[in-house]
Design a binder for this molecule. Structure first.
Ligand SMILES: [Zn+2]
Ligand SMILES: [Zn+2]
Length: 232
């Protein structure tokens, strides 16, 4: 399937809207992030291409409220019985109680880009589960919510300790083949983002998945520890 990468026996990364959706496929399916506002149908098509059905979606999890991560959630929610899970600090923004902040941190850029951001605004959706640090879910023998604020206040990473896998969303980037902090153009608090990277560096995993980059498949936590030790 074009734009779909199988990372482990049960994990797929789908390229959608310049970001990624991840599918954890077991008896039931967990979708992690959902691309932009028109990405929902593409994610459902991938599920069908795997010989599965949208009815098998049990959870739809957002790593953070940026428009290239939550855009397709309303569509998936309408097409399945999946329970939508968002960090509790981002719930009012995705449900529409508060305006979704511009992803651009620079005020002038935020102003200039506002017509485009308005066009790309994700449809609202209702949240079934308000997440917080330490919440545990079933997928892959245990999926733990790790609150990793900085890129956005409610950014989360998902840690599967049994599987040796971390999905860190936009908490990290890769440039010139090396791990880096997330882009400061789109990150609300760089000091917090550094703290979150240090926290992730304390976990043990082999595989690291990021939303805008290919996965690191071997010794990823060792690489992250090296990077975190040199952060100032
Ligand atoms: Zn982001
Ligand atoms: Zn992103």
């Amino acid at each position: 399937m074009r734009g779909v990468r199988q990372i482990t026996a049960n994990l797929y990364q789908i390229s959608v809207g310049g970001a990624s959706a991840f599918l954890v496929v077991e008896d039931m399916i967990t979708v992690i992030d959902a691309g932009r506002r028109r990405s929902g149908p593409r994610i459902l098509e991938c599920i069908r291409d795997l010989g599965r059905s949208p009815e098998e979606i049990s959870h739809i999890v957002s790593t953070h409220y940026h428009l290239d991560h939550i855009g397709g959630i309303a569509h998936l929610q309408a097409a399945s019985a999946g329970r939508v899970a968002v960090h509790r600090s981002e719930v009012p923004f995705v449900q529409g109680g508060k305006p979704l902040p511009s992803p651009f941190r620079n005020p002038l850029l935020a102003f200039l880009m506002s017509p485009l951001v308005r066009l790309a605004r994700p449809p609202r959706f209702s949240v079934d589960l308000c997440l917080q640090d330490g919440d545990m879910f079933e997928p892959l023998g245990g999926m733990e919510v790790v609150h990793t604020p900085g890129h956005t206040p409610g950014s989360i990473s998902l840690y599967f300790s049994r599987e040796g896998l971390l999905i860190a969303g936009d908490a990290l980037a890769v440039r010139r083949g090396s791990l880096q902090l997330p882009s400061r153009w789109f990150t609300s608090d760089m000091a917090q983002a550094k703290e979150s990277v240090r926290r992730l560096a304390g976990l043990d995993f082999e595989v690291l998945c990021l939303s805008h980059f290919p996965p690191l498949l071997k010794n990823a936590s060792k690489d992250l520890r090296c990077f975190a030790e040199n952060l100032h």
